[in-house]
Design a binder for this molecule. Structure first.
Ligand code: NAD
Ligand code: UD1
Length: 349
């Protein structure tokens, strides 16, 4: 089965790529490398070729907003007698801070890019899509754990683009309910790395998320961690989030593809998280315990746009996809640290 994976060179996409290739899928990656390195492709290819004889991977360096290119990708696959049967759509911009500074750029890439993709899929009779949505769309949660029927109320342009895409997908599904198979996966906080230590998260510039920041402090690239607030309404005053191992998240995509292909048509929003909440101090403690590396920190004021607590109800994913997260917080710390230690400067060697 041939799958088109947009954004397949990024943090999440690289881990999904590896898994799909190991499972024998035929894969086409479309990525503009605006937030990723071409080196990741070399690492994936050599890893898969070492583990199994075949690596059915085609890389297209391009932009999801380029309609002619998208059209060509679908047509070329049909000519190869390997039509694209499903799309996993991850390509997009994700920095919350950038979205506040450049909302139009976010609407262009995320929303117009997705519109382009869906039109091209429709034209070429490919009706199965897994989309990467985000827990950020829930905004300030009224109740915890968060279920998929919780109100959607994003508090930044990034989150607004995700909601707009979900609405686009819903409208498309309703336009012909016997045709489309759609899963919008709402990720909580994907962290960690592939257990090989060969691929992992490699943010450009100063990391804005907790885990990559801690890893870089551990590696000596940063002096200390800034803890954004110790006065939240949580067990220890620091922010609580739902951290999910990147390999568990990746397996959730395989489960979603299996689910879609078993259906005549469907449209589902599904949370992917661990279902557990951990505070910043708990993460620091676990990281130190697992790796033996100390994480110096200082307490700073609250970060604009932050919330106290956020964690998922994952029963829908369990029931519908027969998927559940298998890896512990300790494995998250160990695998994340293994990647950072082996690649202190990321993919740039
Ligand atoms: P990432 O930036 O590492 O990966 C995104 C990839 O998309 C990059 O390789 C980038 O080069 C590519 N890309 C960006 N714009 C493109 C365009 N116009 N055309 C083609 N390729 C383009 O991000 P990630 O963490 O892997 O996230 C993947 C998806 O998951 C994103 O849509 C993001 O919004 C969503 N998501 C991520 C998180 C998270 O915490 N990482 C949480 C929720 C949702
Ligand atoms: C952030 C984004 C969210 C996005 C998600 C994944 C904001 C306000 N939210 O979520 O929209 O979907 O990333 O990309 O940017 N923390 C520190 N020090 C740090 C970094 C983080 O104390 O250097 C704390 C935060 O205050 C928070 C927790 O660690 O309590 C997790 O932060 P982070 O990893 O950025 O994830 P989110 O806040 O969930």
């Amino acid at each position: 089965m041939r799958i088109l994976l947009t954004g397949g060179a990024g943090f999440i996409g690289s881990h999904i790529s590896l898994l799909l290739l190991q499972k024998g899928f035929d894969l086409v990656i479309l990525d503009s490398f605006v937030n990723s390195s071409t080196n990741v492709i070399k690492v994936i290819t050599s890893y898969v070729e070492k583990k199994s004889s075949k690596c059915n991977l085609k890389i297209i360096n391009g932009d999801i907003r380029d309609r002619n290119l998208l059209e060509k990708i679908f047509i070329d696959s049909i000519k190869d007698s390997k039509p694209i049967q499903a799309v996993i759509h991850l390509a997009g911009l994700k920095s919350v801070a950038d979205s506040v500074l450049n909302p139009l750029g976010f609407w262009d890439v995320n929303v117009c890019g997705t519109n382009n993709l869906l039109e091209t899929m429709s034209k070429n009779e490919c009706y199965s899509i897994v989309f990467s949505s985000s827990a950020t769309i829930y905004g300030l949660p009224d109740s915890l754990p968060i279920r998929e029927d919780h109100k959607v109320s994003p508090i930044n342009p990034y989150g607004e683009t995700k909601v707009a895409i979900e609405k686009m997908l819903e409208g498309l599904y309703k336009s012909n309910i016997n045709l489309w198979r759609i899963c919008s996966l709402r990720y909580f906080n994907p962290v960690g790395a592939h257990p090989s230590g060969l691929i992992g998260e490699d943010p450009i510039g100063i990391p804005s998320n907790l885990f990559p920041y801690i890893s870089q402090v551990a590696a000596g690239r940063r002096e200390f961690l800034n803890v954004f607030g110790d006065d939240w309404d949580t067990n220890d005053g620091s922010g609580v989030r739902d951290y999910i191992h990147i390999m568990d998240l990746s397996e959730g995509h395989i489960a979603a593809i299996d689910y879609l292909t078993s259906k005549e048509s469907c449209f589902e929003f599904i949370n992917l998280g661990s279902g557990k909440g951990y505070s910043v101090f708990e993460i620091i403690n676990q990281f130190e315990l697992s790796t033996g590396v100390q994480i110096p920190f200082i307490i700073k004021g609250r970060r604009v746009g932050d919330i106290a607590k956020c964690y998922a109800d994952i029963s829908k994913a369990k029931n519908l996809l027969n998927w559940f997260p298998k890896r512990s917080l300790e494995e998250i710390c160990l695998d994340g640290w293994n990647w950072q230690k082996n690649n202190p400067n990321g993919y740039i060697l």
